[in-house]
Structures are given as C-alpha cells and as structure tokens.
Design a protein around this ligand. Structure first.
Ligand SMILES: [Cu+2]
Length: 270
C-alpha cells in the first residue's frame, strides 16, 4: 500500500514540477507556483466565477421569462409603461454592491503584490526587439536569452517557450525583478508566479516573486511589440540553493559583465 502511495505521490510531484506551461485544451490558469498566484487563482475560482455564473443564469432566466410571459400572442395590447423607480434603483444599487464585493479582495491582493519584501536576489530583465536580456546586478552577470528554433528543440523543450539561456533562481527566495526595455514596450510575464509587468524604455518597473517549487517555468512577452512578439519567450529555472550556487560560479565566468581578474577566473573555472 505504501509503495502504491509512494508511486502515486511521485507521479503527482513530478507533474507538479513540470505543470508550469500551457497545456492542450487548457481552460483555466496554469498551476500556481507562488503565494501571489495561489491568491489570484483562489480569488478567481472562489469569488469571481460563482458571481459570474450566478449573474449569467439570472439574466438568462429573465430573458426566457420575458420571452414566454410577454410574447405577442399572450399580450395583444402591449404595456405603455416607461419608468419604474424601484426597479431602476435596484438595478443600479445591486451591481454597485457586487462590484464592491469584488473590489475589496482584489485590491488586497494587488497591494500585497505591490509591496516588495526584502529581496534575497535581484535580477534585471531588459526587453529588446525580439529577445530578453538579463542582468544579475550583484553578481556581475549579463546575458541574452533567445528562443530556441523549432528544429533545434530537445525532447523536453516546449515549442515557442524554451530559450537558450534560462534565468536561474533559487527556490523559496524572494527574487526582485527590475524590468525595462531598450526599444519599444514589452512586458515580462510569468503566469505560474502571478507576475506581469510592462517593460518601458527609459523607466524601470519592479516586481517580485518567490517560487515555491523546483522546476522550469515558462512565460512570454505580453505586450504587442512588433513582428516577432510571439517569439521572445521567458524561461525561469527554479533550482535548489546548492544548484544555484553552482550555476552562479559558472555564470560569473561565462556571462561576466566586467572583465574578471585572472586569479578569480581560475578559481571560478575550477
Ligand atoms: Cu516584446
């Protein structure tokens, strides 16, 4: 029994780790991998959806009722009424109340996302026509991240989403993302983290995420930026602390922004 449970949990966990890209026939959100995204999904599923469904059903009922009850054959002499104060007050007040019920939790989530906790690391994403550039300002790292063409894809790489140089971040750490652009408007968006910010030339926008699960997460430029807008994906690989350190020591050499002194280079390449 334990074995079966283990296998099932293994299946479940591996799925969890990879369930971070769009899937065929997907209707809802991608799986959440951060607290912010979990709150967004809960807000949508538990509050917005029920309200939307209730309103749709109610309006459908009213239309059907009106069609049947006031059909021409049953009402040869139509009513000449044009005003009804009670009804007019109600159909103004009730939608207002519904909007307030939706706005309060919505703003709560929005403000929480807007407050950046103390960051463990900072990365900078720069939008170019048509690829993303990344910097790790505290680590002297800079690199460019291009989409992998369909013919060059490896077996586990999704089409139009995989990139040559992935952003690597440690799991369970607050990552601050500085976002800007070099030519036109772009937007840095990662659905599983609940992150989407415009990349504006001459301005730095900030956002943050804290990935809760190890895995590879995919996003896309989300501001129509030109002919190859659909071909500048975003890939973030979330790894353990040790793997991150390992990556850092390699990346400091491979993607060095400033020239590295010789002995440091030797140390790092060991
Ligand atoms: Cu773009």
């Amino acid at each position: 029994m334990k074995k079966i449970l283990f296998i099932f949990s293994g299946l479940f966990l591996t799925q969890e780790a990879f369930a971070n890209q769009p899937v065929d026939w997907q209707l809802g959100f991608q799986k959440a991998a951060s607290e912010s995204m979990r709150e967004i999904v809960a807000f949508h599923d538990k509050l917005l959806l029920p309200i939307i469904i209730a309103i749709s059903v109610f309006v459908l009922f009213l239309m059907l009722y009106a069609c049947v009850r006031f059909r021409a054959s049953a009402n040869p002499n139509p009513s000449k009424r044009t005003h009804n104060v009670t009804v007019e007050v109600l159909w103004t007040l009730i939608p207002c109340l519904i909007l307030i019920v939706m706005a309060v939790p919505s703003f709560k989530i929005l403000y929480k996302q807007d407050t950046i906790p103390k960051a463990d690391l900072t990365i900078k994403a720069i939008g170019y026509q048509w690829y993303w550039g990344y910097e790790y300002p505290d680590e002297n790292i800079i690199f460019e991240s291009y989409m992998i063409e369909e013919k060059d894809l490896k077996a586990d790489q999704p089409r139009l989403l995989a990139v040559d140089n992935e952003v690597v971040v440690p799991v369970d750490k607050v990552v601050k993302v500085l976002i800007t652009a070099n030519d036109v408007l772009h937007a840095w968006a990662l659905p599983s983290f609940g992150v989407k910010r415009d990349a504006v030339p001459g301005r730095i926008n900030e956002t943050w995420f804290k990935a809760e699960k190890v895995g590879t997460y995919y996003g896309q430029c989300s501001e129509l930026c030109g002919i190859k807008h659909a071909f500048m994906p975003i890939t973030v690989r979330v790894v353990s602390e040790e793997e991150y350190e390992e990556w850092l020591s390699e990346a400091r050499v491979k993607f060095a922004k400033e020239e590295i002194e010789n002995d440091k280079l030797k140390l790092a390449s060991k």
